[in-house]
Design a protein around this ligand. Structure first.
Ligand SMILES: [Zn+2]
Length: 460
């Protein structure tokens, strides 16, 4: 297990597979890849359609359930006997067992290596899951361990799917990946249909997740899972039930964006995708501003309460705007972090990265491609490298540095607008609201700022 903590999931899976193969006297391939069999264009098209299945219904919703399909892929592999040597096997071209749409046949004579590896892992995970939920006193002392093991197994199992598609996976094969995809997609579409029959509305669907909204407050979720199991033989997992969730539009046009949303689960955790605060290059100030906005929102138990809290969220934005405008920001909160993609000679025009690199070069510090630069924006409009930004490494002690207030305000407005757009607060409207001279009423939330993501965020 110690070795496991230091290697990638792919290596773990490979190791488990090799161990199983050796135990069973299966010949392990030394070279890692089997070339893809020739595929015509239609097969490729059918197997590789885009990730979006149901375009999101933008805006605020409540009584929403998210169903996670990635955790189902291992079960699909076991149920449908998906393995490199069983998909398009040489022995049963007439097999009745065929993948939907792409029509690849699957072996009927033997059970593949992958299902043999996965089945015991799935069973063990199910047992841990049962013990975590079980009220039995016998398990009280170990529940945390079971929870951790359950999570570790999920991580290993989920990796298996992605791993099937990798070119250098020792046991992977692209056709397996395709077969799993088509089964997964079929399951997702069936699930959507079952959900609609039970009175749910489908809000958003991507390749491995589905969000459905219950039309009433009555809780049908158990029944939904039962029905899916009845029809597919696979037990689905709820990623969670949301008190409310907000699907966000694309930045370029008003249609829904793939995988951009934030929502509050019933257990108080938040799930956030596609916002600045999740990006490592975002300055702490902007991250904190979004986090503080979301903290206010997280106190809302339903959609109506959330609507009611929007003025308070606006006050948070104003508080930050005021701090930026007065020049009161802590310099370290303004630092952008960016990865350099090429040597300074190869840049055609001056941007923040180049300006920072040139300043460092003057001090004899070389930045190589792939390395990070850190800087504060001092005059975004400037064409001079020593004015545009200030390299963070060169900021000494308690020096007074004038940052570009206008630019940081623009970043704040943009970040706030990304959260608030579905509530009618566009960037333009926010810019108007935060103009200096407007009365400030509430800025206490700024005191609670922290430099880490708060514990209420659901980890990856
Ligand atoms: Zn066969």
């Amino acid at each position: 297990m110690q070795t496991l903590s230091r290697v990638t999931p792919g290596t773990v899976i490979s190791a488990i597979q090799i161990a199983q193969a050796i135990r069973e006297n299966v010949l392990v391939r030394w070279k890692q890849n089997v070339p893809e069999d020739f595929k015509d264009a239609k097969t490729l098209f059918l197997a590789d359609r885009g990730g979006m299945i149901y375009e999101p219904k933008i805006g605020l919703h409540e009584n929403v359930v998210e169903i996670d399909f990635t955790s189902l892929y291992p079960a699909i592999m076991v149920r449908h006997n998906i393995s490199p040597e069983t998909v398009l096997c040489k022995c049963c071209a007439d097999s009745k067992h065929r993948a939907p749409i792409i029509d690849y046949h699957i072996c009927e004579r033997r059970i593949g290596l992958i299902p043999r590896v996965l089945e015991p892992l799935i069973n063990r995970r199910r047992e841990y899951k049962k013990r975590v939920k079980d009220k039995d006193k016998e398990y009280n002392d170990h529940r945390e361990i079971y929870e951790a093991r359950k999570k570790a197994l999920k991580w290993i199992l989920v990796t298996c799917f992605g791993y099937m598609g990798y070119r250098n996976a020792r046991f992977g094969r692209i056709e397996c990946h395709e077969v799993i995809n088509t089964y997964g997609r079929e399951l997702l579409l069936n699930t959507a249909r079952i959900a609609e029959d039970l009175g749910y509305e489908v809000l958003h669907g991507i390749v491995d997740s589905l969000w459905v909204k219950s039309s009433s407050n009555s809780n049908n979720h158990e029944k939904l899972c039962e029905k899916i199991f009845e029809q597919s033989g696979i037990s689905v997992e709820l990623e969670g039930i949301y008190k409310w969730i907000v699907f966000l539009p694309k930045r370029s046009d008003p249609t829904g964006a793939l995988n951009r949303y934030y929502g509050l689960f019933e257990n108080g955790e938040m799930k956030i995708r596609g916002l600045e605060l999740r990006r490592s290059d975002t300055p702490p100030l902007i991250r904190d501003a979004q986090m503080d906005m979301l903290k206010v929102m997280a106190r809302a138990n339903d959609a109506a309460e959330l609507q009611g809290r929007i003025p308070e969220v606006i006050e948070v934005v104003r508080g930050y705007a005021d701090m930026i405008a007065k020049g009161e920001c802590d310099l370290k909160d303004l630092v952008f972090t960016s990865v350099v993609s090429k040597d300074s000679e190869y840049y055609h025009q001056l941007n923040n990265n180049l300006a920072c690199m040139l300043q460092l070069k003057n001090e004899g510090l070389k930045v190589r491609p792939g390395e990070q630069v850190k800087y504060i924006i001092t005059d975004a409009e400037s064409k001079r490298y020593n004015r545009k930004v200030k390299a963070w490494q060169l900021v000494k002690g308690n020096v007074r540095l004038l940052y570009d207030k206008k630019k940081y305000l623009a970043y704040l407005v943009r970040a706030a607008g990304n959260i608030l757009a579905p509530f009618g607060y566009t960037e333009r409207k926010l810019t108007e609201i935060i103009k200096p001279g407007r009365q400030l009423t509430l800025i206490n939330s700024i005191q609670e700022r922290s430099y880490q993501l708060s514990p209420f965020l659901r980890p990856e």
